[in-house]
Ligand binder design. Structure first.
Ligand SMILES: *Cc1c(COP(=O)(O)O)cnc(C)c1O
Length: 310
């Protein structure tokens, strides 16, 4: 991946939790995005911190940096941002804000395995970046994940945190068991040699979708300085009714696209504070990820596109 200070752990959710612990964040407010998989928020809540949602950019679907500063209070400790669908956040803007307010930055790069930004792995950014190697992700170890720490001391601290906090008989600090197993490692090694081919094939399928849909539907906007991994193919409908019509029609011919991501996380029923995020709530109601995997055939892609266009 072209990174140093790399830890292989049990899953991406524990990687997020370890990130907060490693940066000594055990209370307070964390600025985060409402448009992600639920684990981004649940890791924050599980560590007894308060998520504060900042709305997303309509085009990139990532946290909108121009809205971050208004959400910062005396209790704010960190920003947890997500490179949604592998599309990098506005890293420079987020870094500037974090510096100005002495905040830590954690990137949830669960979708971004193999993505590079200006020629460097996207996992090099922030105080810590994490990735997930769950079976549904582009590269997988059945269950698994990683952390990449900018700082050597933080890297060493995570080494202790992830395996019970002791070195032999010397008990140094509180730790937990987040070690990945050798079986997971073996699965990872088996898959790793195919990653380049997997990304190439996904790119081909993505181009086919683009060709068949022929601009008939809105797609999130990517950045030009990025090498993508083609992990997802999200499309945005004009309204929920159209999305549901397409889902129903596709389901009737045994095609099962996923509503990534819905609901908008600020609407989770177990949150105590209800932030409003109109852009994220609106997008969550009308976005669908179309099937994208190695083995998907041209005929099926054409069929999906015909249903959508009709
Ligand atoms: C999958 C995912 C996670 C959680 O990773 P696990 O390895 O399943 O724990 C976290 N954040 C995002 C954005 C994800 O897609």
């Amino acid at each position: 991946m072209g990174v140093k200070n790399f830890h292989f752990v049990t899953n991406g959710t524990l990687a997020l939790q370890l990130s907060l612990r490693a940066l000594d964040i055990t209370e307070g407010e964390i600025i985060t995005t409402p448009f992600s998989y639920v684990a981004t928020t649940s890791a924050i809540l599980w560590e007894r911190c308060q998520p504060v949602y900042v709305d997303i950019d309509q085009k990139t679907l990532n946290i909108d940096p121009s809205k971050i500063e208004a959400a910062i209070t005396k209790k704010t400790k960190a920003i947890v941002a997500v490179h949604v669908f592998g599309n990098p956040c506005d890293i420079e803007a987020i870094e500037k804000i974090a510096k100005r307010h002495s905040l830590k930055v954690i990137y949830d790069a669960a979708h971004a395995f193999g993505v590079t930004h200006k020629g460097r792995s996207i996992l090099n950014y922030g105080d810590i970046s994490i990735c997930s190697f769950h079976a549904t992700k582009l590269f997988h170890t059945i269950e698994g994940g990683c952390l990449v720490a900018k700082d050597e001391d933080i890297y060493n601290k995570i080494e202790l945190l992830k395996r019970f906090g002791h070195n032999g008989d010397e008990h140094i600090q509180l730790g937990i068991n987040a070690k990945a197993s050798e079986f997971q490692a073996a699965m990872g090694l088996s898959n790793l040699k195919y990653v380049a081919d997997i990304i190439r094939e996904r790119e081909r399928l993505t181009n086919l979708y683009d060709q068949y849909l022929d601009g008939s539907i809105i797609k999130p906007k990517g950045s030009t300085r990025v090498k993508y991994n083609y992990g997802y193919y999200p499309v945005i409908f004009n309204n929920t009714e159209k999305l549901e019509m397409v889902m129903e029609k596709l389901n009737s011919v045994n095609i099962f696209p996923r509503r990534y991501f819905s609901p908008s996380l600020n609407k989770l029923p177990y949150l105590k504070v209800k932030d409003r995020c109109p852009v994220s709530e609106d997008i969550a109601d009308r976005i669908l990820c179309l099937p994208l995997y190695v083995g998907l055939d041209n005929v099926t892609i054409r069929k999906i596109c015909e249903v959508i266009k009709k």
